[in-house]
Design a binder for this molecule. Structure first.
Ligand code: MLT
Ligand code: MN
Ligand code: ZN
Length: 326
């Protein structure tokens, strides 16, 4: 499986358009200390040809431009045939005109930074995979489903919790990627005001296994706690990427950027005796990374002590464009 980090930042990106925190100011000024980052998203592929986006950020267009393998492929697949109304040559031409290497999109929650990009992919019908709760919110409260239905109506597939399913390619062929969805959070997005249904599966983690190589990835860009399922699945992973939104719990309050602590926002902080680094730094897994990093997090500054503290434990602070093969 190839794993490509399309965007390593939390909502807003680095720099964020309206932010003058130390990191945003440095990134805006072109300082080498803080690398600019786009918003949280991943691309994964079993065969190196068909890719799944894991979360679709508002920066998806820029992210696809930066990774041409996600753009329109040049050669039509051999299985393209004509039909009663379309000759093979016409079918090939249509395919060449408009096509994509993106086979589908898997969503880990319904937050804007992970879903707003779906509206920007309206030119092509895609498969969208998410939990029933995320599907409900994207059907009513942020009605992406209704909005996209007027373009190239995507296919929505609900992912059950705690079951392993192989992601199908656009033509239903197996992708070689098996995904096990597990619950992390029941946090309700701020835009959801009237919905009173259960929030089961509002925030999930993914454990994705390549059935051919046996390699696996654990991806959990937003998590309030390290639950037993996540800890267990992490030991069976070659690559673990988890929530690096905030360095410490009071960061949003202290900087005056939010009225709630990191934990209350659904983000376990990195630092501290009960922070995520104490666990991630001791985990015996080859690739360990922080993703979904908020622009205020001091570990983004490669010359700062927080960055050194993470690196000393063998953990990486993810950057856009980084790639791994497992
Ligand atoms: C989050 O990760 O907490 C959300 O994406 C916040 C937001 O962007 O509003
Ligand atoms: Mn977010
Ligand atoms: Zn900032």
């Amino acid at each position: 499986m190839r794993i490509r980090i399309l965007g390593s930042s939390a909502g807003g990106g680095v720099p964020q358009w309206n932010c003058r925190c130390a990191n945003c100011a440095a990134a805006r000024a072109g300082s080498p200390d803080v690398v600019p980052r786009t918003q949280s998203s991943l691309a994964i592929s079993g065969d190196g040809k068909a890719w799944f986006l894991v979360n679709v950020s508002p920066d998806v267009r820029q992210q696809i431009m930066a990774f041409p393998e996600l753009g329109p492929p040049i050669t039509p697949p051999p299985e393209i045939t004509g039909s009663s109304s379309l000759s093979r040559a016409e079918a090939e031409w249509r395919w060449i005109m408009r096509s994509t290497a993106v086979a589908g999109c898997v969503l880990t929650d319904a937050e804007f930074d992970h879903t707003a990009g779906l509206l920007l992919l309206r030119e092509q019908p895609l498969r969208i995979f998410c939990t029933p709760t995320v599907h409900r919110w994207l059907g009513h409260d942020f009605p992406v489903e209704k909005m996209l239905a007027g373009f190239h109506d995507p296919t929505w597939t609900e992912l059950p919790l705690d079951v392993s399913v192989e992601l199908p390619l656009a033509d239903d062929a197996p992708s070689g990627l098996k995904v096990h969805v597990f619950e992390l959070d029941r946090h309700v997005p701020k835009y959801v005001s009237t919905d009173s249904g259960p929030a089961v599966g509002a925030g999930i983690g993914l454990h994705i296994k390549d059935v051919n190589t046996g390699g696996s990835l654990l991806y959990a860009p937003c998590l309030p706690v390290l639950n037993a399922t996540l800890k267990d699945l992490a030991t069976d992973s070659d690559c673990v990427m988890i929530d690096g939104t905030f360095w410490c719990d009071d960061e949003p309050l202290r900087l005056g950027i939010g009225g709630r602590s990191a934990r209350a926002m659904g983000h376990l902080p990195v630092d501290g005796a009960d922070g995520s680094l104490a666990w991630l730094g001791a985990l015996d897994v080859r690739h360990r990374l922080y993703v979904h990093i908020n622009n205020t997090n001091p570990m983004l500054n490669v010359r700062g002590p927080e960055h050194a503290q993470v690196r000393e434990r063998g953990v990486q602070v993810a950057v856009d464009g980084a790639e791994f093969a497992v």
